[in-house]
Design a binder for this molecule. Structure first.
Ligand code: ATP
Length: 656
């Protein structure tokens, strides 16, 4: 008996004992292969001790199978040839089968023609599991999964020297359309030698599937997106064919998986709209210019919050869709607001709202961590509104001592109280008459003043301290806070009626570390620094930019401004390098922030800053650009206590 025959005998014994749950010889097959062996015996009645020769269908039958996938074969040709070009030298042949396992396309080496044909590695070969037993193609069809069927994984003993790797190709409805397979007659014994084959086959199966998807939906707009901005145009993973309402008509496998991972209320037809998959409006989608390399927009996924970059693929018959001229992208430019962001989903929504509401007198509430640019946004809204000719008055409710807030805001008449100025004083609210009053840190406003402010807002008049007649006031109020006002309402520290009056619309500013347009923000802060300071041009070297992109920025844009000012001052040449940046900004280098990181973040920016500054309150205050008492007030709000060993070292009033 030859070694091959002996190996075949052992294999037959192993399969039979496995089927009877009594494996004594051979190694246990993987779960997927084991299931297939059992199917072969119990469902298809195959007998491992009676090996079968390869079945090659007749020419006529082959033509019928090929005709049924004709359009697909045309699309697949280039991909199939490319893949074969890569693996032919390694001894592989390539098979493309239809969903029934009949080989409708084949590329192989003419020199081994006879052996290959004998083994069934040939055009027209039937690789269905029902006929050929466990094999890569047949088992892939049954299990809907890519796999390698390596040597003794095969059911039929005549195949135990083959190694075969297959990946499924699905049609746009998700049904199996074809199987891509690369196989070799002689292979190394170790299974892991085929890991590369599996990855490569899966990659090409996906490319062919996507090419077919694009072909089938060539007359529709395709929304193509990817987690990487750079790859979206060349190899965007997720494809959605959409109609004019942004509803998804069909998607590729990755797209279907993404839909499955998104919680949404399915309509009658069960098809989601892109606005249910991503945090966006329909107009955001139609504002992406077609097929322009640099026109990619960022969207946040509704389910995971992950950022995806998207481009639109123009339909071949462009008549059925909106033209660029009709798209809302032609909306009026508002330079003051447009300058604040490049391409971030949250910013786009915020600026869209700001743009629409800038000339309405509804109250606006800006929410965002400290230093995210709340005041800058409020000022941009004012500057772009019809109130821009009148004053913008900013009041930091946390910075004015409680005892002075009332007189600062409302003003007083002469002789109103001891220590008052002889001529009295116009309050800040009055100074904002005709313009905009920006109330920063509104959560810090004492309750009793909240009542008076509410009256100003509802009645449009103020009563300065000591005055007996009210003064009419017409100002727009924009409030901001980094606190959770709803929580303050729950604990009785903030009036609900004032909250509703201020909150005609909420504008959210994302922390810098979560912004998809961080690079733009960094560059524009540097540009502003240079132009405001009349400095010579200075560029950021790539290492500095990557360090800054990787850093968490607990103090957000304010900290960025400080860091760049520091780097500019310490740099020696006409460029800023990573070593010019403050030490803490370089720590994050090499570990860019992932979305998971930011979601998993449990520490507040204040806590982070305290730890990074070794609980030195003065340093933390400098980092956030606030006073030390403010840092202490934030700490007590957030229930953060100094570590015990430092408890008495630095009291709120002490210097360091
Ligand atoms: N888009 C921007 N471009 C350049 N600089 C900016 C931008 N946004 C904010 N800044 C700068 O960042 C710093 C902080 O901005 P701002 O005061 O508006 O933040 P904030 O959220 O109101 O802070 P806080 O909550 O502490 O009051 C300022 O120095 C501001 O000039």
């Amino acid at each position: 008996m030859t070694t091959t025959q002996l190996a075949q005998h052992h294999h037959i014994d192993a399969i039979l004992s496995y089927a009877e749950d009594d494996l004594r010889t051979g190694t246990l097959p993987g779960e997927l292969i084991g299931r297939s062996w059992k199917r072969c015996i119990q469902q298809y009645g195959l007998d491992p001790s009676r090996p079968r020769s390869a079945r090659i269908v007749t020419h006529q039958t082959l033509r019928e199978h090929q005709d049924s996938v004709d359009e697909f074969l045309n699309v697949a040709r280039a991909g199939v040839e490319q893949l074969y070009g890569m693996v032919a030298q390694l001894g592989y042949v390539l098979l493309l089968t239809d969903h029934r396992g009949i080989t409708v396309q084949y590329l192989g080496n003419k020199h081994s023609d006879r052996r290959l044909r004998q083994a069934g590695l040939y055009l027209g070969a039937d690789w269905s599991e029902q006929y050929a037993g466990t094999c890569a193609v047949g088992t892939c069809i049954e299990e809907h999964e890519a796999l390698t069927c390596h040597r003794v994984d095969h059911f039929d003993a005549t195949h135990i020297e083959l190694t075969c790797t297959s990946a499924p190709i699905r049609d746009p409805s998700g049904k199996l359309l074809a199987v891509l397979d690369i196989s070799a007659l002689d292979s190394p014994h170790a299974r892991h030698s085929q890991t590369f084959a599996l990855n490569l086959t899966q990659l090409y199966a996906r490319m062919i599937e996507d090419a077919y998807f694009l072909r089938r939906y060539r007359n529709q707009v395709i929304f193509r997106c990817d987690a990487s901005r750079e790859f979206v145009q060349v190899n965007g993973q997720y494809l959605f064919a959409i109609d004019e309402q942004g509803r998804v008509e069909a998607s590729n496998t990755a797209g279907r998986d993404l839909i499955a991972d998104t919680p949404f209320d399915a309509g009658q037809d069960g098809k989601p709209a892109l606005t249910q998959l991503f945090e966006c409006q329909l107009e955001d989608i139609w504002s992406i210019p077609f097929d322009q390399d640099d026109q990619v927009r960022a969207f946040r996924h509704q389910g995971s919050g992950a950022t995806f970059f998207a481009a639109l693929v123009q339909p071949c018959n462009a008549r059925s869709r909106k033209t660029d001229e009709e798209s809302p992208d032609t909306r009026e430019a508002v330079p003051e607001l447009d300058a604040l962001a490049a391409d971030d989903p949250v910013m786009r929504r915020t600026l869209g709202l700001a743009r629409r509401l800038r000339n309405r007198d509804v109250g606006l509430l800006i929410l965002g961590e400290t230093g995210t640019g709340k005041e800058v946004l409020a000022r941009a809204i004012h500057d772009s509104s019809h109130r821009s000719k009148r004053g913008f008055v900013a009041v930091n409710c946390a910075a004015i001592p409680e005892s002075l807030i009332e007189s600062e805001l409302f003003g007083y008449v002469s002789g109103a109280f001891t220590g008052a100025r002889a001529k009295g004083m116009r309050g800040l609210i009055q100074q904002a008459d005709g313009g905009t009053l920006f109330l920063d840190e509104i959560g810090d406003m004492p309750l009793q003043l909240q009542t008076r402010l509410l009256r100003v807002l509802s009645e449009g008049e103020i009563l300065p301290i000591g005055a007996d007649a009210p003064v009419r006031i017409n100002c727009r109020v924009i409030a901001a806070t980094h606190q959770n006002l709803e929580e303050l309402i729950r604990t009785g520290e903030f009036r609900a009626d004032l909250y509703y009056r201020l909150n005609g619309a909420t504008l959210r500013l994302p922390p810098l570390r979560q912004r998809a347009d961080r690079q733009y923000v960094i560059q524009s802060v540097l540009n502003k620094l240079v132009s405001d300071g009349g400095l010579p041009d200075i560029r950021l070297r790539a290492d500095a930019m990557s360090a800054m992109l990787a850093y968490r920025w607990p103090g957000n844009i304010r900290q960025l401004v400080n860091a760049l000012a520091f780097a500019e001052a310490t740099s020696e040449g006409a460029e800023i390098t990573a070593s010019d940046l403050p030490e803490e900004c370089v720590e994050g280098q090499g570990s860019p922030i992932t979305l998971e990181d930011s979601l998993a973040e449990s520490k507040s920016p204040l806590e982070e800053a305290l730890q990074e500054c070794h609980w030195n309150i003065s340093r933390v205050a400098r980092r956030f650009g606030v006073s030390r008492p403010t840092v202490y007030r934030w700490m007590s709000r957030q229930g953060i206590e100094l570590p015990r060993f430092l408890g008495k070292a630095e009291a709120p009033g002490s210097q360091d």
